[in-house]
Design a protein. Sequence first.
Length: 289
Amino acid sequence: MLDYKLLQALATVVECDGFERAGDRLGLSQSAVSQRIKALEIRLGQPVLIRHPTLQPTPAGQRLLNHYQQVQLLERDLRTTLPTLEEASPRLRIALNADSLSTWWADVIGDFCQSEGLLLDMVIEDQDVGLKRLRDGEVAACLCASDQPIAGARCVPLGSMVYQPFATPDYIARHFPEGPTPEAFARAPAIVYGPHDQLQHRFLSGCGYQGGFPYHLCPSSEGFVRLASAGIGYGMMPMMQVEALVADGRLISIAPERSLSVPLFWHFWRHSGEVLERLTGVLGGVRLR
């Protein structure tokens, strides 16, 4: 049988990206955390962590993390039916994209978290790669753009977020005086969320442009809008995030006919307990646009 204190140590090391920080969270010394990981590896007869060049779970470690996530959720359900068990606030680790977090996510899950006493560990990940976190056992659920469920998980469609390339009127007059031409794309600074963000490339490809372009990297959804509002670049932003700025003319789309629709899907492990099922029911009522 598995010792769940050892699994807890493994999950905490991965979540905290280090033994020292994991020890701080668990109230243990770094040496004690290392001993628990070593004991788990001896029990399994194989390593559960790769230490170098970056700290990450091995395939065996990933399977254990997946199992531990599901056990935590099932234990939470057990406490609701056996109140004499020690109460603890349940934690749910979820990967989601920054644009959802900065727009609709909080309004949808706020009441649910309060009524359930649920604590969330939210891992910000691009919508195109978030599913890897679930596959690797790092999270119990994720929001992503893929509609292909992985083995042992369910996939629920939530709708789509619509993006357009916005910039200030002055920026457009300066960099796009003749509209979205290939010459303008080659010179005008864009804003890109991160190395995995493909929205800008998809937009340019849809306009028939395949060349390089200058860009700012900004891994913050709110910062993305602020940079565009300051007139230093243009970028693909969700309509629901910039409605007020568009309404008062502070941001304008450089190509209104070139909207991109990004579908979002909710993936979660089957048999992970009632709280995740109830959260899925809440999210199933979302109507994105």
